[in-house]
Design a protein around this ligand. Structure first.
Ligand code: AMP
Ligand code: ZN
Length: 471
């Protein structure tokens, strides 16, 4: 069956054929670890996960690289402002490496919670400095870069065409640009490959251009070439990467190797919140943990993401998320019912389901379509183990941990019991939690006694606090 993806580079859906017959080489732009990743970021990583899973379902092996940006990503994609890592380090009064480790670990934990399969290679920008220096040297050698007092810049006028991914008109934008153009730059859209470090910049390395650090766009080009070679199959990212980050990656690769690095460029549209942008000032940059605190499981958020195609905007509301939580419960429930059923299902029926599911996922990952087949099976009047097995097969693409459905159902049941607890007891539980966080064991014990006297027993487990009504 044909597998097609929309390619941002050619502006059309194309049949996918990897360069090597069986192995797909893929690069995904990973997070900049200066803060908690929010649910918008995770929509893009869920898209990346589904793509991996669809490729595997089609029988391909993967060599997939995702970077962790821990230096060089300035506040604006177009070389303006401070390095995000250094800014966060100053704000939190920590070392930038400490900041990077902390947020990277939480990012990886959240990936696990979402059952996002880990790429074969996850690499940090700061572990690739020699390869990055070499990449800049190649660009200079081929005559595509020049040095200024601030760093090494890419000369876009040397390219046959810029931009190639988007149709934006540079002349138009130049006229309306608010940013003052650096007078040392040859062209306003020239961008920094390598940045000379100011005195107070902590992350910097010896290089042919003095103590300095890489530009964000350059990092991805160098890591891609190091692990996947000059040309690979697929490059992914968020839609905001199209106009600058990926445009500049392509420019750099043309400068260094004469080739566009990936054949297919795929981009995930934005997740909005309440119909608008997510932003720190609006207080709506929710994390996966924020959702969990409100009783929404990470996998319910994943299911929520499947309600729209990755190339359309998706609007997050708590109402929608609670709906997804209910849907996840229903799916697990249907699956366990199928698992225990003995009704007869024709082979032709199974084949029809399988064909329709595969048709959807192979049509540029049409997940809403694929989910319509999943629900049809889940809700089939006939209950049969073979339908459960088919759902489990499809879960290789969905990654919703169906095989552990019963454990989730038990957990949901337990949580519901907690919801029944009266407000004053809940308050005491909260107070006790705080006392324990402050290592105030005396107060914690006092509160436990109070809770017990009110008819509830409390148990501290690895998974969290379990509260039950005493008999
Ligand atoms: P960053 O860590 O800022 O580089 O972002 C990580 C990834 O999340 C990038 O691929 C972005 O394109 C993507 N991203 C950022 N905001 C959103 C959003 N609201 N919806 C979907 N993806 C996003
Ligand atoms: Zn990148």
């Amino acid at each position: 069956m044909k597998l097609t993806f929309y390619n941002t580079l050619t502006h059309q859906k194309e049949e996918f054929k990897p360069i090597d017959e069986n192995l797909v080489k893929m690069y995904s732009c990973g997070p900049t670890v200066y803060s908690y990743a929010h649910i918008g970021n995770f929509r893009t990583y869920i898209f990346m996960d589904t793509l991996r899973r669809v490729l595997k379902y089609n029988g391909y092996k993967l060599k997939h690289v995702m970077n962790i940006t821990d230096v060089g990503h300035l506040e604006s994609d177009a070389d303006e402002g401070e390095d995000k890592m250094e800014k966060a380090a100053r704000k939190e009064n920590k070392d930038p490496y400490e900041i990077a480790n902390y947020y990277m670990n939480i990012f990886l934990e959240d990936m696990d919670k979402l059952h996002i399969d880990k790429p074969e290679i996850i690499t940090r920008a700061t572990d690739n400095i020699p390869q990055m220096i070499e990449y800049v040297q190649d660009i200079i050698k081929n005559g595509y870069a020049y040095e200024t007092s601030k760093g090494i810049y890419f000369d876009i006028s040397k390219l046959d065409k810029y931009p190639v991914l988007s149709n934006r008109d540079l002349e138009d934008q130049k006229a309306g640009a608010r940013v003052e153009v650096d007078p040392e730059k040859r062209n306003p859209y020239d961008f920094a490959l390598w940045i000379k470090a100011p005195e107070n910049h902590i992350m910097k390395w010896e290089s042919p251009w003095g103590l300095s650090y890489p530009g964000w766009h350059l990092e991805c080009s160098a890591m891609g070439r190091r692990f996947l070679g000059e040309q690979f199959d697929i490059h992914t990212g968020g839609i905001d990467h199209i106009p600058t980050h990926h445009e500049n990656e392509i420019a750099q690769a043309k400068g260094a190797t004469g080739k566009i690095p990936a054949k297919v460029w795929m981009h995930c549209e934005y997740l909005q919140v309440d119909g608008g942008k997510m932003s720190k000032s609006l207080g709506n940059t929710y994390t996966i943990s924020d959702l969990q605190e409100k009783g929404i499981y990470p996998l319910a958020f994943k299911l929520f993401c499947f309600t729209a195609n990755y190339r359309t905007k998706l609007n997050f509301t708590f109402e929608g998320a609670y709906g997804a939580q209910k849907a996840l419960e229903r799916l697990y429930d249907c699956y366990t019912k199928q698992l225990n059923g003995n009704d007869k299902i024709e082979n032709s029926q199974l084949e029809d389901y399988r064909n329709r599911f595969k048709n959807y996922i192979n049509d540029d990952m049409n997940m809403p379509g694929a989910m319509s087949v999943v629900w049809e099976i889940a809700r089939n009047e006939r209950k049969s183990k073979v339908l459960a097995e088919l759902l489990l097969e499809f879960d290789n693409v969905l990654g919703l941990d169906l095989k552990n459905a019963q454990n989730y159902l038990d957990e949901f049941e337990k949580n519901k019991k907690i919801e029944d607890i009266p407000e004053d007891v809940k308050k005491l539980i909260e107070e006790r939690k705080k006392a324990r966080e402050n290592r105030d064991w005396v107060k914690s014990d006092e509160l436990r006694d109070k809770i017990t006297n009110m008819g509830y027993s409390i148990k501290d487990t690895k998974e969290g606090i379990i509260v039950t009504k005493s008999k």
